[in-house]
Design a protein around this ligand. Structure first.
Ligand SMILES: [Zn+2]
Length: 103
C-alpha cells in the first residue's frame, strides 16, 4: 500500500514554522528530514499519518529492514550509530548558530 506524503508546516514539538531542510537520502523510498530552528528537533518531513506509522512499524518495518519480526543485533547497532550521527550533526549545527549569534 502506497503511503500518503504528509508535509508538515509546523514543528511537531514546538509548533513553530521556522525550520530548514536537514538531511535527505534514498533507501527503498526517499526520506527527508527537517531541522527546527526554534527547538532543534529533527523530524521526518514529509511524513505520514500516525495510523500509517503504526501500521508500518507493526507489520512492515522489521520485515523490510531485518527480514525478521524482531530487531537483529546488526539492526540495533545501526540504530545506535544513527543516533550518534544525528547527535553529532545537531551539536555541530548548534555550535554554528552560537558562532553566528556571537559575531
Ligand atoms: Zn520546534
Amino acid at each position: 500500500m502506497e503511503q500518503q506524503k504528509l508535509f508538515l508546516k509546523n514543528c511537531p514539538l514546538c509548533n513553530k514554522s521556522n525550520f530548514s531542510n536537514f538531511y535527505k537520502y534514498h533507501h527503498i523510498i526517499d526520506i527527508a528530514y527537517s531541522y527546527c530552528n526554534s527547538c532543534a528537533i529533527v523530524f521526518q518531513n514529509p511524513t505520514c499519518s500516525k495510523q500509517e506509522w503504526n501500521n508500518s512499524y507493526k507489520y512492515n518495518y522489521r520485515k523490510i529492514y531485518d527480514n525478521s519480526t524482531t530487531p537483529t543485533e546488526s539492526s540495533l547497532l545501526l540504530q545506535k550509530l544513527r543516533a550518534e550521527f544525528y547527535s553529532y550533526i545537531i551539536k555541530f549545527q548548534q555550535s554554528r548558530l552560537q558562532v553566528s549569534f556571537g559575531c
